[in-house]
Design a protein around this ligand. Structure first.
Ligand code: ACO
Ligand code: ACO
Length: 157
């Protein structure tokens, strides 16, 4: 079901505004982990009726690649197509600016995300073995599996 509303907007997040950690924390485990990239990222928000219901943050990796470090949609708006709209925005923004690659990483247990990213044209690129076990103190369980490896996907622009 796609219930995107015409007046919904994707906007550049302005510096000085309060970061919506409640959304960022849907895609990452801790504020400490988010703070490692969020202040060097370009952030876009998805606004509906003046409320921020979606977000993505992109970081420059090198002269030819950007990486989406965090993408999230509020729980009550998931499954409406907003995630796809945000990814389409990120792809077109990176393409217009002349980047060659857009990267996105997710865990070994994130089946739905892996489906979505492949549907949007991302292909498997690298496995960062033990990324989650090395970088997070607590064991994280998702979809009945322990998170251990980060799967990095890449889209050619
Ligand atoms: N199970 C399986 N597939 C589903 C489900 C579900 N429960 N719900 C939706 N989908 C499918 C949709 O059907 C759609 O595919 P389709 O068009 O073929 O039907 C696809 O997933 C994408 O749906 P959207 O509605 O565009 O996605 P959404 O707005 O929910 O955004 C997102 C996706 C960002 C992953 C969102 O669900 C979310 O915030 N999840 C929690 C945070 C998260 O995991 N973020 C990504 C972490 S990785 C990173 O940040 C780099
Ligand atoms: N959707 C999602 N998960 C399911 C489903 C389903 N429809 N059916 C079962 N599962 C889960 C089970 O719940 C179980 O997990 P759980 O213990 O946490 O509940 C897990 O999958 C394994 O279930 P089994 O019943 O042991 O698996 P099954 O006897 O169905 O065998 C197999 C799995 C071999 C993949 C079988 O489904 C099959 O023959 N599929 C078609 C052929 C195939 O794809 N083979 C593998 C190709 S790769 C290769 O051959 C190297």
């Amino acid at each position: 079901m796609n219930v995107i509303q015409k007046k919904d907007k994707i906007k550049l997040f302005k510096e000085g505004q309060e970061l919506p950690y409640h959304l960022l924390l849907l895609a990452d485990e801790t504020i400490e982990a988010i703070d490692k990239y969020i202040h060097q990222s370009e952030i876009y928000i998805y606004e509906r009726d003046g409320e921020t219901v979606g977000i993505y943050a992109c970081q420059l990796m090198d002269g030819e690649s950007l990486e989406i470090k965090n993408i999230a949609v509020s729980e009550d708006c998931q499954g409406e197509g907003i995630g796809q709209k945000l990814l389409t925005h990120a792809i077109s923004n990176a393409t217009k600016r002349g980047f060659k690659f857009l990267l996105i990483g997710t865990s070994n247990a994130a089946f739905r995300q892996l489906y979505l990213y492949q549907k949007m044209g991302f292909r498997f690129y690298k496995v960062l073995t033990d990324f989650f076990t090395k970088n997070y103190q607590q064991e994280i369980i998702e979809n009945g599996l322990v998170l251990n490896d980060m799967l990095l996907l890449r889209k050619n622009l």
